[in-house]
Design a protein around this ligand. Structure first.
Ligand code: ATP
Ligand code: MG
Length: 396
């Protein structure tokens, strides 16, 4: 057992000592069996949330109506969820109500894919009710139960499926793939925020190209924001070298670049995906920088305006265009810049107004931009007198 599980054993034992069952479940069991690093340890139990809260001194209610209590134990936190079923899905998304049940089997049945439906006992025994081990072995992603019904009850599972294809490089089992295609239009009902989470995980997966091809083949892209017309472009994206993307902003930027979206289309596109304003600003820089970098290397002035991080992110993306990223040169250029931001310029608006007869106006910011470029390009030293002389010359 991985160390994360060993640390959690006392938690499981305590629940068992009180007369309940408790198992490790969910993504961490899958990842352990795949030999991958695990992030969060989820525990499923026959105890009710109130019973868990009585057993542990430090707990936080994070979703008590869904049966989940967060237990804090020796610096670690564990999501402990009561065995439950999900009944009556009226709107193709989350269930109207969850009912707690006392058997593990019922809980495992409501899970999405066979490889996500294992339970692991603290003694190492694996409970595998749906032949998930064979699917793991064969690299197959298969829905638990009847695929059509499962995607019809909760359409988000289709996007989850595609992101697991991308993260694991597994094939969609035939009926599972067909059921996704048959239900793809139900994605329209799912909240964009939840779609965004899965879509980004898909773009950042190690097997992004597998995920993208399945995303197009199952037609799911048609019901994603802004992608309706982009099936062919998405397949071209899938033809880029299969090197994993590192950052969310780089993923969006490369996608937008491959979809041929211009700089001014970036904000509406990402707004439709409910990205944060911070993310939108970051991606705008990368899209702009990447378009320039595809023609030629970035100039010092471009690197200055993009900033260090965005310039490096753009350079890294060149690996997708048959070029070896040269981040060393970008860094050298950045470090050699005489100023890094406008605030380091030796003149400002106050100085300009104090040394001129002219009234405040647009000319001030124009003159500052001119001085800024001259300094960055090494035409004029960053000194007040030199800059004022230079600006006088420029204005004729
Ligand atoms: P990750 O490693 O990205 O966290 P995960 O499989 O753990 O992947 P979670 O969203 O953390 O995904 O969900 C934990 C578990 O809950 C899943 O492994 C699965 O068993 C179950 N699950 C999550 N979402 C759904 C869903 N929409 N339908 C059915 N079961 C789900
Ligand atoms: Mg998880």
């Amino acid at each position: 057992l991985p160390i994360e599980y060993k640390k959690a054993i006392p938690v499981i034992r305590k629940i068992e000592a009180a007369g309940f069952e408790a198992y490790f479940v969910g993504g961490s069991v899958r990842d352990t069996l795949l030999g991958q690093k695990i992030h969060d340890v989820d525990i499923a139990t026959s105890a009710f949330p109130e019973e868990i809260k009585q057993l542990f001194p430090k707990t936080i209610d994070i979703g008590i109506e869904h049966g989940t209590v967060l237990v804090l134990h020796e610096e670690e936190q564990y999501e402990i969820t009561t065995f439950r079923t999900e009944s009556t899905y009226q709107d193709y998304r989350r269930p109207d109500s969850v009912s707690f049940v006392r058997t593990l089997e019922e809980d495992l049945k409501r899970r999405d894919f066979t490889i996500n439906a294992f339970a692991l006992k603290e003694d190492g025994e694996i409970i595998d009710l749906f032949d998930g081990l064979a699917d793991l072995e064969n690299h197959v992603l298969r829905a638990v139960g009847r695929p059509f019904e499962r995607f019809h009850e909760d359409a988000l599972r289709m996007m989850r499926g595609l992101r697991f294809v991308s993260q694991l490089g597994f094939k969609l089992e035939e009926e599972t793939a067909k059921a996704i295609e048959d239900n793809h239009a139900l994605l329209e009902k799912i909240s964009i925020e939840r779609m965004n989470v899965e879509f980004i995980k898909m773009l950042l997966g190690d097997f992004r190209n597998h995920g993208l091809v399945a995303f197009v083949e199952t037609k799911c892209y048609i019901y994603c924001p802004q992608l309706k017309e982009d099936g062919e472009a998405l397949l071209r994206f899938a033809d880029l070298p299969s090197i994993p993307l590192k950052k969310e902003s780089q993923a969006w930027a490369l996608l937008l670049n491959q979809l041929g979206r211009a700089e001014q289309e970036v904000a509406p596109f990402l707004k439709a995906w409910k990205c944060s304003n911070q993310m939108i600003r970051e991606v705008q820089r990368l899209v702009k920088g990447l378009a320039k970098r595809q023609e030629r290397r970035l100039t010092p002035l471009e690197i200055y305006h993009l900033g260090k991080d965005a310039s490096l992110d753009v350079e890294e993306l060149m690996i997708y265009f048959q070029q070896t990223p040269d981040t060393t040169t970008v860094l050298d250029i950045y470090h050699a810049l005489p100023i890094k931001t406008m605030s380091e310029l030796s003149i400002d608006g106050k100085v300009l107004l104090a040394t001129s007869e002219k009234k405040p106006g647009k000319w001030v910011s124009e003159a500052l931009a001119l001085a800024e470029s001259a300094v960055v390009n090494g035409l004029v030293p960053n000194e007040q007198a030199a800059l004022l002389t230079y600006l006088k010359e420029q204005q004729g």
